[in-house]
Write a protein that binds this ligand. Structure first.
Ligand SMILES: NC(=O)c1ccc[n+]([C@@H]2O[C@H](COP(=O)([O-])OP(=O)(O)OC[C@H]3O[C@@H](n4cnc5c(N)ncnc54)[C@H](O)[C@@H]3O)[C@@H](O)[C@H]2O)c1
Length: 372
């Protein structure tokens, strides 16, 4: 079963396809030949062993000129230094403007390789093959590329759209559970901000989403990609509606930062989704029953919902000031009025909430989710 989505790029007639299926990894040669004469697969060391060599060999067998470049996996390597190292290796291999970059890997790889493709010889074609669930439903769609700098995460980069995204579900078979959970959290978020049926599908299949029948998985990935692409189509430059995608991330990013990444991104955002749902509950948006459903689904997917350390409310508030939606040092939050529909007023997708409400939600988090 293969499914396709078209992502239209706003203010242009340009678009790209997102193809979702099983076993696509070895089936790209005829399309790739239309893009360039030489190819640079960029990946990390883990994915190079699992899929990089296999992809290279299959393309070489189809008479393509292919080079494989990889860097050490991990967020800490999403840097200018890694980008420079890869660029140097590509120049040393004699690659130039006639090269297509194939980004093969998780969000770290696709962010670095996307940024590299945008600037290499002033921009070369980019094809993305995400191999993590988060990469499939989130990082590969929307054209955001970046590296981290000592001053903060994702602070250097640009928006650069791929020519095509190939989602090969079979690559998920080797993905560790914790990485699957990181992706599921973003899919749950997509359901919460935009689509009750997706939320219900994920609820229904919490016990068997990654089982032998891939129908629910393929459908939920398709729906999740559709939601992300529809939002970015409306707001390619991240000026409005795209803020919805930050639901759960204001608190989540603060917790990731404060725990020095002892909480993974998915674990931190799961707690963030719950705290920001609590705010929605206090503001008269969702009811208690919906709140309980949100907590239940996160538990069912194995998210621990536990803070490893107790932080004072003031410390968390301080960390949230760094959030990109903050205005005048005050964080703003996406609020949902029901599961699947955000509160939007006068084209505003996030709002300031009363300090007392915010403190109440954070106290709730400390009391209910801290077992330290
Ligand atoms: N550009 C965007 O719009 C966007 C959106 C969301 C997140 N991101 C970025 O994505 C990054 C996180 O991405 P991620 O969660 O995919 O992490 P990641 O890229 O670090 O991958 C996680 C781990 O899984 C390994 N891996 C990848 N595919 C595998 C597979 N199929 N089997 C086994 N192991 C595999 C990787 O080697 C790595 O160790 C962050 O840097 C974040 O900023 C970008």
């Amino acid at each position: 079963m293969m499914q396709k989505l078209i992502c239209n790029i706003s203010n242009s007639s340009d678009h790209y396809e997102i193809v979702i299926g099983n076993g696509l990894l070895v089936d790209h040669a005829s399309y790739l030949k239309t893009l360039a004469s030489r190819f640079a697969i960029i990946t990390d060391d883990k994915v190079a062993i699992l899929y990089g060599e296999k992809l290279k060999n299959s393309l070489v067998a189809s008479e393509l000129v292919v080079h494989l470049f990889y860097f050490t996996h991990g967020e800490e390597n999403k840097t200018r230094a890694t980008k420079e190292l890869l660029e140097n290796q590509m120049f040393e291999a004699g690659l130039g403007r006639d090269t297509c970059v194939i980004a093969l890997g998780g969000g770290v790889v696709t962010d670095v390789a996307g940024y590299l493709a945008a600037t290499f010889c002033r921009g070369v074609p980019l094809v993305i093959i995400p191999t993590t669930l988060l990469g499939m439903v989130d990082a590969s769609i929307g054209g955001k590329t970046s590296v981290n700098v000592p001053y903060g995460k994702n602070l250097l980069g640009c928006i650069y759209q791929p020519k095509k995204v190939f989602i090969d579900l079979s690559t998920l078979q080797t993905l560790p559970k914790k990485e699957l959970a990181n992706g599921v959290v973003e899919m749950i978020k997509h359901g919460l901000i935009a689509d009750l049926p997706l939320f219900e599908l994920l609820e229904k299949h919490s016990g068997d989403l990654f089982g032998s029948d891939s129908t629910a998985l393929i459908n939920s990935i398709f729906e999740s990609c559709r939601i992300k692409k529809e939002i970015v189509e409306e707001d390619a430059k991240d000026l409005g509606k795209r803020q919805l995608l930050n639901f759960g991330h204001t608190v989540g990013h603060a917790l990731e930062h404060l725990t020095k990444h002892r909480l993974s991104h998915g674990e931190a955002v799961a707690i963030g989704l719950l705290v920001e749902s609590h705010l929605s509950l206090e503001l008269g948006g969702i009811d208690q029953k919906s709140f309980d459903r949100i907590k239940d689904i996160l538990v069912q997917y194995g998210l621990p919902l536990q803070l490893p350390t107790l932080f004072s409310v003031e410390t968390i508030l301080e960390a949230m000031k760094l959030d990109k939606k903050s205005v005048g040092g005050r964080p703003r939050f996406v609020i949902i009025s029901t599961i699947g529909s955000p509160l939007v007023s006068e084209s505003c997708y996030c709002i300031h909430v009363e300090d007392s409400l915010l403190k109440h939600a954070l106290h709730w988090m400390s009391d209910d989710l801290c077992y330290c």
